[in-house]
Design a protein around this ligand. Structure first.
Ligand code: DQQ
Length: 670
């Protein structure tokens, strides 16, 4: 039965974790205890090379001393595990005061305030943890889309046009905090490697002078592109505007014309002037009209207004709403699209009829999460009804139980698939963002299809092109983790990974365990996260862990055996021990996830420095974590299998690829 009293997450060496297939070079020295002199030497050499590279690259503030944290004093080497109760010492970054403007989760404060001086320090914004350049520099991702510098938020108007994927995004060209929003623009052949283009649209008209906000693209049957977007006017009124490419023969769509008759829509009677934003891609009705929906609210009821148009200039407001849900507040970035009942290919946004269900997604301004529901679209009435009102939009299923917001899908006609983009924000302090010089990234684009096995949720999966980044792999078969065990998974490096794991609980133990009425919640405040021990969980992987486990991010399953021996499974990520810093988010996230009869527990994880995207059961449930370790970085990052269940052993098969960096750079010679 194992040692139930064993302290959580002590390391137990396990000979069975040796890889059965290994086509990579393994550096055993990196796996010695941190206190060993050889390890120190390696770290010193590595860090030294890194510092030289940094200096050569000139990427640092030369007025400051460049410090490599790992080299500063032996006290940092070989420290034992540090007890950090879940959720302790968490200073949640201050909530958006930009909310009144309809925006981000971070305040747009002056650099002086952000850096802890003046009024800012009284607001909990003082820099509590001594971040150094080496730590901050490690956080920059290698294969997720990011601008070269400054602030980014929502994905805008994604489309595939003349051989190029176009990606536009909310961008502040002047700072690493929200403000001065314009449209950034980049193109790619494969959704992985990106070339930055000049800004697509700037705030140069009275109707968007306070911000060129979120919008969507529609490709007409003749190939023309219509871009509808929200402008914040000179009087902070949210209006909808039309733009189109100046030259439809230009595959790069470099120049955009704002329609001379803008704005094409102003807030209708009864709608507050700051609650009218983010038009969707248009879809065609059977009459041949184009239809769009726009997010809003009436009192606390989040709604999706609906308009018809023939020409994208003149719009007719339809009676009632496409849909609304009481208590959900302002709906931002509404998305509406069809999915095929039979699964498989994605569908054009105008697809309708037999074999088609429709998804409504809203980004809730009140809690900053993206919720979707699957249901039926009644074209004639201009209404959509959820299959299950108990899990309606905003009160049921989320795309992602971590950090993922303001998402948008588009139909990729080149591969007949629907692709989901989402903004992954920062959950460190704004002071740190200002020092880094950048904030936010985009999630790996995901395909979305209906889960034909359950019929009640979507499946999200990293686009197949993500696999082109896979380099050397190592496979670990039948790794056994007894109750209470932590098993090292030995890798040459552990900060850019694609991990695929299948886990099984010892069947006899599952049969033996008595039924329980435990009400489990990944995030419950009484929960200790991954340190909570149940009969059948938690078990999973510790990513971005430091050798002594003083920093670790567990991503795991937790199984409860309920009445009639039914097993309920939860999929969680625990950030409470992810960093020794005290000014970053340390929440525990997750949800229940369907695990059908005969299925193993499956997870795919993309680890890219400060972001971890975890897909459970083929993408039924997804959790994106942003973590900011201070020690488990560069060569000190490790991967472990852990099993904190008290009754059942776990057997895992794990394949890990080192991931290449994507090429994300300016378009040459423009
Ligand atoms: N971000 C945009 C708005 C949208 C919000 C402004 C969602 O259009 O509602 O940057 O993050």
């Amino acid at each position: 039965m194992g040692d139930h009293n064993q302290p959580f997450l002590s390391v137990s060496g396990d000979p069975e974790c040796a890889p059965v297939h290994d086509d990579s070079v393994v550096d055993d020295a990196l796996h010695r205890p941190q206190g060993s002199s050889k390890s120190k030497l390696l770290l010193a050499v590595f860090s030294g090379i890194f510092v030289v590279c940094l200096i050569l690259a000139g990427g640092y503030d030369k007025s400051g001393v460049i410090k490599i944290h790992q080299l500063e004093g032996g006290d940092e080497m070989g420290v034992g595990p540090i007890e950090m109760p879940a959720g302790s010492a968490t200073t949640r970054p201050s909530l958006s005061r930009g909310k009144s403007a309809g925006v981000s989760e971070k305040a747009n404060l002056s650099p002086q305030q952000l850096l802890g001086g003046g009024e800012g320090s009284g607001d909990g914004l003082s820099e509590d943890f001594p971040w150094n350049n080496s730590m901050l520099s490690w956080q920059r991702t290698a294969f997720h889309f990011q601008p070269e510098k400054n602030w980014m938020n929502d994905p805008n108007g994604p489309l595939f046009y003349k051989g190029w994927y176009h990606f536009f995004y909310q961008y502040n060209p002047n700072a690493a905090v929200w403000g001065d929003i314009v449209w950034g623009h980049a193109v790619s052949r494969d959704l992985i490697h990106w070339l930055h283009l000049p800004l697509a649209m700037v705030a140069d008209q009275w109707y968007d002078v306070q911000g060129v906000w979120t919008g969507s693209a529609t490709i007409l049957p003749d190939g023309k592109v219509m871009m509808l977007y929200t402008g914040s006017t000179n009087e902070s009124v949210q209006v909808q505007n039309l733009a189109y490419p100046a030259d439809h023969d230009d595959p790069l769509l470099l120049d955009w014309v704002k329609h001379p008759g803008n704005p094409v829509l102003v807030p209708p009677p009864g709608i507050h002037h700051k609650d009218f934003r983010d038009p969707t891609t248009a879809w065609q009705t059977s009459e041949g009209k184009w239809r769009i929906t726009i997010g809003s609210k009436v009192n606390k009821t989040g709604i999706a207004l609906i308009y018809d148009t023939d020409d994208f200039v003149n719009f007719e407001l339809k009676d009632g709403f496409l849909h609304g849900v009481p208590g959900t507040g302002m709906w931002e970035c509404v998305d509406f699209y069809p999915v095929a009942v039979a699964g498989g290919d994605g569908l054009d946004t105008s697809a309708n009829g037999a074999g088609v269900r429709h998804v409504v997604k809203a980004s809730l301004d009140d809690d900053r999460h993206d919720y979707y529901a699957i249901g039926t679209y009644d074209e004639e009435a201009g209404k959509w009804y959820p299959d299950n009102p108990a899990i309606d939009v905003g009160i049921g299923i989320r795309y992602d139980y971590g950090i993922f917001y303001a998402s948008k899908t588009f139909f990729d006609q080149s591969k007949q698939r629907r692709i989901l983009w989402g903004w992954i924000g920062e959950w460190d302090s704004e002071a740190a963002d200002v020092r880094k010089g950048w904030a936010s990234l985009q999630g790996m684009p995901r395909t979305v299809v209906l889960d034909t096995k359950t019929g009640s949720n979507l499946l999200q999966w990293p686009v197949e092109e993500s696999e082109s980044l896979r380099l050397r792999s190592k496979e670990f078969k039948n790794v056994v983790a007894k109750p209470g065990a932590v098993v090292p998974i030995k890798l040459e490096a552990a900060t850019q990974l694609d991990i695929v794991a299948e886990l099984e609980l010892d069947k006899e133990a599952v049969d033996r365990v008595v039924e329980s009425d435990e009400e489990f919640k990944c995030s419950s405040s009484s929960s200790k996260g991954a340190a909570h021990r149940g009969a059948l969980g938690p078990f999973g992987l510790l990513v971005l862990s430091e050798e002594t486990l003083s920093e670790q991010t567990p991503v795991y399953f937790y199984v409860v055996k309920g009445k009639n021996a039914t097993l309920r499974t939860y999929f969680c990520a625990d950030q409470s021990r992810s960093s020794l810093a005290n000014d970053v988010n340390k929440q525990i996230y997750g949800s229940s996830v369907p695990v059908l009869k005969g299925e193993k527990f499956r997870v795919r994880m993309l680890v890219d420095h400060s972001i971890i995207e975890s897909f459970a059961q083929g993408g039924r449930s997804v959790i994106t974590s942003r973590v900011y370790p201070t020690k488990a970085i560069y060569g000190a990052a490790r991967l472990f299998l852990f099993n904190n269940a008290t009754e059942a052993g776990v057997t895992a098969s794990i394949k890990v690829w080192q991931m290449n960096s994507a090429f994300i750079r300016p378009f040459p010679n423009l």
